[in-house]
Design a protein around this ligand. Structure first.
Ligand code: KG4
Ligand code: ZN
Length: 344
């Protein structure tokens, strides 16, 4: 079967991503982020993100076409993230994708953002092909999800997700209460480098035996955030200096511990010796380190795509669509809309 030429549009959060792939080959991956505009609010503001997508889409599409040397007329399909994500932000991408597909008379594919993250791995030309089944842990500022992937195009099962804050969101909120700038993940990572990760025993959300019965693969980070806030407040009230490095290292260890423990529990439960990591939080050095170390001890192989493919991008949406087309999937009809809670 011929390798389809696909343009993918991603606008589910604060990145306007346009990607072009041919089959499993990455031709361009243009990302415009509105992160700077959200910095003073300490988190992504949906209205601001939607407006930024509207402004960035046209120039981003042009840049992606120029970078790849592809002409719109040559595309085999247009692909777009229809959910999950921020409703207003998604709507901008969906509208643009429909307009493009209709005007070019090309097939249009609406795809799931989380499954797109898994597909990013296919574009990693340094790694051997992805094998199934695999467990996938996707951690970003917008989602924290654990999935069982038996087949990328036909069988992706959501095992668990966060009940409150996403892991990246927890990093951002804790950074804020420590007086560190947004986005907080890299800042905490930096501050933690000189800290003791055993200094403060912060709680591991949903990890007690009782939780493991009903929420074995689910996550919760809001209790951890509150515990950090309380710990810091008590020190400040007592007039003591807050040991930022130790707090950052202990907080990071709590997040990493829960993420890796639950991902490896899924590998063990389902007898799957493969773990795929994705999402912007994968940039965390400690998370990579602990995941690789503990997985190796259990005979689990860890795959981590390059960071430019781990964070939100359009290439992963195009890559997933290319797989769907090669698997014979029919395009979407134009009735679909943005769905902020779209299931996998
Ligand atoms: O996938 P991503 O780029 O996009 C969105 O979620 O929109 O992820 C961004 C998130 C932010 O919450 C950021 O604080 C977090 O990933 N992050 C990190 C690190 N680098 C980015 N979290 C922990 N450690 C890091 N080194
Ligand atoms: Zn994402």
């Amino acid at each position: 079967r011929a390798e389809p030429l696909v343009l993918g549009i991603e606008t589910s959060c604060d990145e306007t991503g346009i990607g072009i792939v041919r089959g499993r080959t990455l031709l361009s991956n243009t990302i415009a982020s509105s992160m700077d505009e959200h910095a003073r609010y300490g988190g992504v503001v949906p209205e601001v993100a939607a407006r930024a997508h509207l402004e960035a889409l046209q120039p981003s599409i042009e840049a992606a076409l120029a970078e790849s040397g592809v002409a719109l007329a040559d595309l085999d399909a247009v692909a777009v993230t229809s959910g999950p994500g921020l409703a207003g932000a998604l709507m901008v991408g969906v509208g643009a994708a429909k307009a493009l597909a209709v005007s070019l008379e090309k097939p249009l594919y609406a795809v799931n953002h989380l499954v797109g993250h898994i597909a990013a791995d296919i574009l990693d030309d340094q790694a051997p092909p992805l094998e199934y089944p695999t467990v996938a842990l996707l951690v970003s500022g917008g989602h924290t999800s654990l999935l069982l992937v038996r087949d990328l195009t036909t069988d992706v099962e959501l095992l668990g997700e966060t009940m409150d804050d996403a892991a990246g969101e927890a990093f951002d909120k804790v950074a804020r209460l420590l007086g560190l700038p947004y986005p907080g993940g890299p800042e905490i990572d930096r501050a933690a480098a000189s800290g003791d990760n055993t200094a403060i025993p912060f709680p591991r959300g949903l990890s007690r035996a009782s939780d493991m019965a009903g929420h074995r693969y689910d996550f919760s980070f809001s209790g951890l955030k509150t515990a950090v806030a309380r710990w810091v407040e008590l020190r400040e009230a007592a007039g003591e200096q807050v040991p930022i490095a130790d707090v950052a290292a202990s907080f990071r260890e709590a997040v990493v511990d829960v993420l890796v423990t639950k991902a490896l529990a899924a590998c063990r439960d389902y007898g799957v010796p493969r773990l795929l990591l994705g999402g912007g939080v994968i940039a965390n050095r400690r998370l990579r380190e602990v995941a690789l170390e503990r997985a190796a001890a259990e005979g689990v192989t860890v795959r981590i795509p390059p960071l430019s493919l781990c964070t939100d991008n359009g290439a992963m949406i195009a890559a997933l669509t290319s797989e769907l087309i090669m698997a014979g999937r029919a395009p979407s009809t134009l009735e679909f809309g943005a769905d902020s809670t779209l299931p996998v």
